[in-house]
Design a protein around this ligand. Structure first.
Ligand code: GZL
Length: 333
């Protein structure tokens, strides 16, 4: 009899212990720090997988996220994927095993995320897409996507080119430096630009290649463009950094960037704005990297179980050479 009673009591204690542990996990991913701190001390733990450190934009984006997490009292587990998808997938799996409260990441490419995002969903850990989107049709795999509309950015660049060459009878010979293959900004900026320019036969796209959003590759590809095409009128670069690399190639070829070859880029980071003010770039479409504050607000709402908008669009503008001169002193990035 005594054995039976003690077995019942022991069983009850074990069940209570299991429930308590389970309750920690159910409350949104448990401690995440492995130290058992986590939600019990009210601190949210966010796992963030960053694309890499390929451009001035990315550096500013990382700074915004890290500073905003600090300011919001959110513990950030930060991982730099060096522009490799497999590193991002590994990082997300590590965040899941650490039982973080929320995962945010900027997908280096659009495709190939469904499996790992399903693993996060099955683990009860919400995901926020930051900066770049994924092409998964399953919208339940993430809570929201905060970032720019890259198609509109490409359209803005195309509109400026049409205006700039309105009086030219043609042909207007163009080359394009794309972001890394498969990245949402590369796909969409190319599509947006072509949707505006494509209909006008005087514009000829002589060459369009990936420059991977870096200065080094942008310079390398522009050197090849110049060797193959002596009469380039316009360069469209998907970010300032590739445009800045291309400027080095253009000058090395004895041509004047901004005069012999007009240049339109996207981002509006400080170095790009300086080149714009100096007349080496002709027009920049802004793409704001300062997503940190909004990301942390969204994270708190998601962890608290509040509904958030499926899409949060970032505000941004465009700059001419004159506008760059007056904007430069106050640029935050
Ligand atoms: C755009 C971002 C792009 C920037 C590049 O939101 O993903 O990646 O335009 C950066 O500078 O490398």
């Amino acid at each position: 009899m005594l054995r039976k009673v003690s077995a019942v009591v022991l069983g009850g204690v074990l069940v209570a212990a299991a429930l308590a542990a389970c309750g920690g996990q159910e409350r949104g991913g448990g401690s995440g720090t492995g130290s058992g701190a986590g939600k019990d001390d009210g601190q949210i733990v966010m796992g963030f997988s960053q694309v890499g450190a390929e451009s001035g934009w990315r550096t500013a984006n990382t700074k915004s996220i890290q500073e905003s997490a600090e300011a919001a009292g959110i513990k950030l587990q930060f991982s730099d994927a060096q522009q490799k998808q497999e590193n991002q997938i590994k990082a997300i799996r590590s965040f899941i095993s650490q039982k973080v409260d929320i995962i945010a990441f900027s997908p280096v490419v659009e495709s190939g995320w469904d499996t790992v995002l399903k693993e996060a969903k099955d683990a009860g850990i919400p995901v926020i897409l930051t900066d770049r989107a994924v092409d998964s049709p399953d919208k339940t795999l993430y809570k929201t996507f905060i970032g720019s509309d890259f198609v509109v950015e490409g359209q803005k660049a195309g509109e400026w080119v049409k205006q700039e060459f309105a009086s030219a009878s043609g042909p207007v010979n163009m080359v394009e430096l794309q972001g890394n293959t498969g990245a949402a900004p590369a796909i969409d900026r190319k599509e947006g630009f072509a949707s505006v320019i494509g209909s006008d036969p005087k514009f000829k796209m002589l060459a369009s290649q990936p420059g991977d959003f870096t200065r080094v590759k942008g310079k390398e590809v522009m050197e090849a463009f110049l060797r193959a095409n002596p009469d380039i009128d316009l360069l469209y670069a998907h970010n300032d950094d590739m445009g800045l690399g291309a400027i080095e190639a253009i000058e090395a070829a004895g041509k004047k960037p901004g005069t012999d070859i007009k240049i339109v880029t996207v981002d509006a980071v400080k170095d790009g704005m300086q080149a714009l003010a100096d007349g080496k770039i002709n027009f920049i479409v802004e793409c704001s990297p300062l997503l940190g504050p909004q990301l942390m607000d969204l994270a708190k709402k998601v962890v608290a179980g509040e509904t958030v908008p499926e899409r949060v669009l970032t505000e941004e503008t465009t700059f001419t050479q004159e506008q760059a001169k007056s904007a430069l002193p106050d640029r935050k990035y």
